[in-house]
Design a protein around this ligand. Sequence first.
Ligand code: AMP
Length: 307
Amino acid sequence: MKILHTVDETRAACRLGKRDGALLGFVPTMGALHEGHLSLVRAARSQAGFVVASIFVNPLQFGPQEDFNRYPRTLERDSRLLESEGVDLLFAPATEEMYPATAGPQSSVASRRPEKQEEIDAPLDYRQPTFVEVPGLSEKLEGRIRPGHFRGVTTVVSKLFHILEPDIAFFGQKDAQQAVIIQRMVDDLNLPTRIVVCPTVREADGLALSSRNVYLNPQQRQAATVLYRALMRVRALAKAGERSAADLSAAGREIITAEPMARLDYFEVIHPQTLDPIGEILDGALVVTAAYFGKTRLIDNLVLHVN
Ligand code: AMP
């Protein structure tokens, strides 16, 4: 497996990888890899001849109060895992490589207004990045609590798509809203990449794998299974014939609020494309939830099948 850190080398290596007509399959990640990420790599391996993964903790998608600095970074271990899964190329750029001369939202420079004329006249040694934004969808659910998050995601994913030119890109159902937004971006911008969404990989007790699970203490880790239990309850009720989205979400909320270590953020039954709340459930409706366990915010979701 080749490991590259620069845009130019990566672009060249990807073009070379595709030269004999091989499809390029791409798995973007922020590292701290687990079985969820590896399931995407395996899907890529099965559908593409040249597999590229990226590891980049993207500052643009973290809010100022979020965990950008303490987000787990385990590049050596990650690259061993990717190599053993047969990845051909790992792109692991530094922040400056992706956002040269850019003072991101983390920077006090970017948010500071020049106060004196000399400052206004001074040559800019920083600039705001160009953003790619999917309005509407990006402000709902996660976007309500994390303003700017999806703008950061769509910006970095479109940059990565332009660098790698993937034929197929693989995302996890775990981040359901992200997958919907990326698909919309690809449709709206006529990008030539096909998006494949892979099922959520879970621990034996149902907790969705997440790089953030390492923040949980043993009690919180135990309590966090409540998300899955609530989703399963909704699935069972829907299977038994319940069609009211309000009643289904009320049942899910009740289970999560009964867990003293959980602080519920939202639990909603929504339309899988518009992400808006629905009245009656339809096939493919999404049940989405987010809750805090201590300071750690976890998300999970379920696709409802109705027939
Ligand atoms: P991240 O490194 O958290 O940005 O995630 C990179 C990709 O892995 C995203 O497409 C996620 O949706 C996906 N992913 C994260 N956790 C899981 C999981 N438990 N199962 C499946 N895919 C996942």
